[in-house]
Design a binder for this molecule. Structure first.
Ligand code: PEP
Ligand code: MN
Length: 265
C-alpha cells in the first residue's frame, strides 16, 4: 500500500513519475483525417499520450457506438505518423486479442469497473490498464477492482478518477478531488484525472484540471476535437484547439508551484 507511486510505462511515456502526463484526443475516433488532425494538434500543444474511443458504450443504444474494428488500422497509422502512444477502451474480453497490437494501454470504462471477468482477462495480459472509477463506485470498490487485475499478475494498473453521480444536475458528474488526494496518500497506483467526464461541462474542464494537478494527480485525460459542436459523442464537454492550448498554458505555472513539470517525449 501507500509508498512511492509505481512508475508505469505506456508505450514511449511513463505515468507515475515526477513529470505530469497529459493524455488527449477525441471522445470517439470519427475518421482517419479527424483523428490525425486532432492527434497532431494535441501533440504540438504538449500532450504526450493519445486517447480515442473505438468501442463506445452509450446510454442510448441508438447513439454512435464507435467505429469499432474499422478504426484499428487507422489508429495504428495515426499513432505511427504522429509518434504518440495510444490508449483506448476495451468493452468486452473478446476484443482483447485484436487490441493487443493496436493500443499501448487498455482503458476500462466507468460502466465496466465491476466487470470482473473483463478485469481478470486484462490481468492475464502484460499491458497497462487505465481503470476508470465507476460513477457510483466507492474508493474501496475501485481499489478492489484494481486487485482483480493485479491478482492475475498484471501490476500495471493506472487509476482514473472521472467523477461520480450526485443529486446535483448542474454538472453531469461531480469530480471527486478527495479521491485524488486519497489515492496518493493510501495506494501505490498512479492516478489520472479526467475532468471532461468528471464535470461534463466544457468551461469547467480547465479549473478542475488545475485542482486535480494541485491535489497530486499524475496526469490528465482531456477530450479534444477540432469542432466539438459536431462531435459524434460528448461534444458538450470537449475542448476545441484554442481551449486546449489555454489549458496547457495554465497548467505550467500550477505545476511549477508544486515542483513538477509537464512530461516531454
Ligand atoms: C470515455 O473516456 O470516453 C468514456 C466513455 O469514459 P467513462 O467510461 O468514464 O464514461
Ligand atoms: Mn467521452
Amino acid at each position: 500500500m501507500a509508498g512511492k507511486t509505481q512508475q508505469i510505462k505506456v508505450g514511449n511515456q511513463v505515468i507515475g513519475g515526477n513529470d505530469f502526463v497529459v493524455i488527449a484526443g477525441p471522445c470517439s475516433i470519427e475518421s482517419k483525417e479527424h483523428f490525425l488532425e486532432t492527434a497532431t494538434e494535441v501533440k504540438s500543444q504538449g500532450a504526450t499520450l493519445l486517447r480515442g474511443g473505438m468501442f463506445k458504450l452509450r446510454t442510448d443504444a441508438s447513439s454512435f457506438q464507435g467505429l469499432r474494428s474499422d478504426a484499428f488500422q487507422l489508429a495504428k497509422e495515426v499513432k505511427q505518423e504522429v509518434g504518440l502512444s495510444f490508449l483506448s477502451e476495451v468493452t468486452d474480453p473478446r476484443q482483447i486479442s485484436d487490441l493487443m497490437d493496436v493500443v499501448d494501454a487498455f482503458q476500462v470504462g466507468s460502466r465496466n469497473m465491476y466487470n470482473y471477468s473483463l478485469l481478470t482477462e486484462l490481468g492475464r495480459t502484460d499491458k497497462p490498464v487505465l481503470l476508470k472509477r465507476g460513477f457510483s463506485g466507492t474508493i474501496k470498490e475501485w481499489l478492489g477492482a484494481a486487485e482483480y487485475i493485479t491478482k492475475e499478475g498484471n501490476e500495471k494498473v493506472i487509476l482514473c478518477e472521472r467523477g461520480i453521480r450526485s443529486f446535483d444536475s448542474n454538472t453531469r458528474n461531480v469530480f471527486d478531488v478527495n479521491a485524488i488526494a486519497f489515492i496518493k496518500a493510501n495506494s501505490d497506483f498512479p492516478v489520472i484525472a479526467d475532468p471532461s467526464h468528471g464535470t461534463g461541462v466544457r468551461n469547467l474542464v480547465t479549473p478542475i484540471s488545475l485542482a486535480a494537478a494541485a491535489a497530486g494527480a499524475d496526469g490528465l485525460m482531456i477530450e479534444v476535437h477540432p469542432h466539438p459542436d459536431q462531435a459524434l459523442s460528448d461534444g458538450f464537454q470537449t475542448l476545441n484547439f484554442p481551449e486546449f492550448s489555454n489549458l496547457m498554458k495554465s497548467l505550467k505555472p500550477l505545476l511549477s508551484s508544486v515542483n513538477r513539470k509537464l512530461a516531454v517525449l
